[in-house]
Design a binder for this molecule. Structure first.
Ligand SMILES: [Zn+2]
Length: 505
């Protein structure tokens, strides 16, 4: 959950008349709603949304480093003429994506799992490939042709939906996804992914990075997914639904095989060999980077959630899982059929309705007939609970079970109960009430626990990752997580003792 922001309208596409452009990669003519100028304009608009939604990592040296690696690759790409922008987003999600017009993003979450500059170049090269081959523009054209409205969703709208019905539970349980800017980051087709892999490998080779790094990157990231499944199994949870980079990037034998072939061909054409993989420089650049939830997102510590900038804390009921999404925090029960959703009420909404809890419930969330109850949460925070009917702007009706609370710094919060059906809601009611009542001002003793973790570099001791695991705050499968961070998950061979490795502190 991030600090509240004004309601952001996701960028809408100007559906210009179809024009014909030359694809920079294939050299073929194609019909499009997005010529290069429109690509740049739409990209720039969506870029602002992405920056507002995720926030950027505040380390200027790290941003400059990623930009340097990216610019060098882009200069050797099929579209060196574009003005390229590379940004490290302040998100723990393992993700990378690109917007039309030359905007490329990597999260600090994905950077934690990469091990060298050449790995980073592999991720950037793949995303550059999506832009040079105009995949985003092709997607937009297809959507326009299909008549699919790309316009319209607001962040708030998504939350109201999540707070009031079945789709909400799916979102709450799967983790609220960070809204892709106007569908420009829509999932690409399998062929487009394969083409981006090929282009990525080619741009690596042109920049004298070993194109085999493209293969490494995909293996590192599939290990990451394997770990998530293993961890869920160890904890007796269902394996996580695919999310992030790999979900949209099918990782299978054929894909790896194809990149291996490409890498081999490129290798044969490069008699002078490859430059250094830049491991030392990369590790220096990420030394001290935040790992996991950051200060701006708030941190999960066991059953507790602490958000320092907002000055709040909440405790999940026993057996509940905390999902810290960008727009809301979800406390989800073990059966994954009910939960509590917590998020700040946007200032723009309060401006419209006034700060009275009841007005926010009625005008902001469509509450109509029902029962209103005044409460005090966490011993000091005034709150108003509503249970009853709601009607949205389009006249659709449904039920609403939500609380508006005044935070310690004047900010209003929505605590919405979500469930797959009435029976599930009924079963979860005592636990959800307990969670609501635990919503409180962050205490002085909790402030220390609210500090985010950091990635640090240390020499690998003789006792390996098992020894390092004893002094890390990572709670779940600590040794396995450290191995994963260092690219030696599962059966991989450990680096020699004394080599620099990443740890979490
Ligand atoms: Zn891709």
């Amino acid at each position: 959950m991030r600090m509240p922001m004004p309601i952001v309208w996701l960028a809408t596409l100007l559906l210009a008349a179809c024009a014909s452009v030359t694809n920079p990669v294939t050299g073929e003519r194609e019909l499009t709603v997005m010529d290069e100028r429109a690509e740049i304009a739409e990209g720039a608009k969506a870029h602002r949304t992405v920056i507002e939604e995720y926030g950027v990592v505040g380390d200027a040296a790290l941003q400059a480093y990623v930009d340097r690696v990216g610019q060098q690759l882009a200069a050797k790409s099929h579209r060196a003429n574009l003005k390229w922008t590379f940004t490290v987003l302040d998100s723990p999600e393992v993700n990378a994506f690109a917007l039309p017009g030359g905007y490329v993003y990597v999260t600090r979450g994905i950077m934690a799992y990469l091990d060298s500059e050449a790995d980073l170049a592999g991720v950037l090269g793949h995303e550059i490939g999506h832009v040079t081959a105009r995949h985003g523009a092709a997607q937009a054209t297809q959507q326009a042709r299909a008549g699919a409205a790309v316009a319209g969703a607001t962040l708030l709208g998504a939350v109201i939906e999540a707070a009031t019905g079945v789709p909400g539970v799916a979102r709450a349980a799967g983790g609220l996804t960070q809204a892709g800017a106007a569908g420009l980051i829509a999932s690409y087709s399998r062929d487009q992914e394969l083409q981006a892999d090929q282009l990525g490998a080619e741009y690596l080779a042109r920049s004298r990075y070993n194109p085999a790094n493209m293969v490494d990157v995909i293996q590192v990231l599939s290990d990451q997914e394997r770990f998530a499944a293993d961890a869920a199994k160890a904890a007796g949870r269902a394996p996580p639904a695919g999310a992030g980079w790999l979900a949209s990037h099918p990782s299978n034998a054929q894909r790896l095989q194809q990149i291996r072939v490409t890498a081999g061909q490129l290798l044969a054409r490069q008699p002078t060999g490859w430059a250094d993989d830049g491991r030392d420089g990369y590790l220096r650049a990420i030394d001290g980077m935040t790992f996991g939830d950051g200060r701006e997102q708030g941190v999960v510590r066991g059953r507790q959630f602490f958000h320092e900038p907002l000055g709040i804390a909440i405790t999940a009921p026993q057996g509940y899982r905390i999902v810290n999404g960008s727009e809301a925090l979800s406390l989800v029960n073990a059966a994954r059929d009910a939960g509590l959703l917590l998020r700040p009420v946007p200032a723009a909404l309060v401006q419209k309705t006034g700060a009275s809890h009841e007005a926010v419930l009625r005008q902001g969330f469509g509450a109509t007939d029902g029962r209103i109850e005044k409460l005090t949460l966490g011993g000091s925070l005034p709150a108003t609970h509503f249970v009853g009917q709601r009607r949205d702007a389009k006249g659709n009706t449904g039920s609403l079970d939500a609380t508006i609370a005044s935070g310690p710094r004047g900010q209003l919060f929505l605590l919405g109960r979500v469930a797959s059906d009435a029976a599930a809601l009924e079963r979860a009611r005592p636990a959800l009430r307990e969670a609501e009542l635990s919503f409180r001002a962050l205490g002085p003793a909790e402030r220390a626990a609210a500090q985010p973790w950091q990635l640090k570099l240390v020499p690998l001791p003789a006792g390996g990752f098992g020894q390092l695991a004893r002094s890390t705050p990572l709670a779940e499968l600590a040794e396995q997580q450290l191995r994963l961070l260092n690219g030696v998950y599962g059966g991989h061979v450990l680096p020699p003792a004394g080599s620099l490795v990443k740890v979490v502190q």
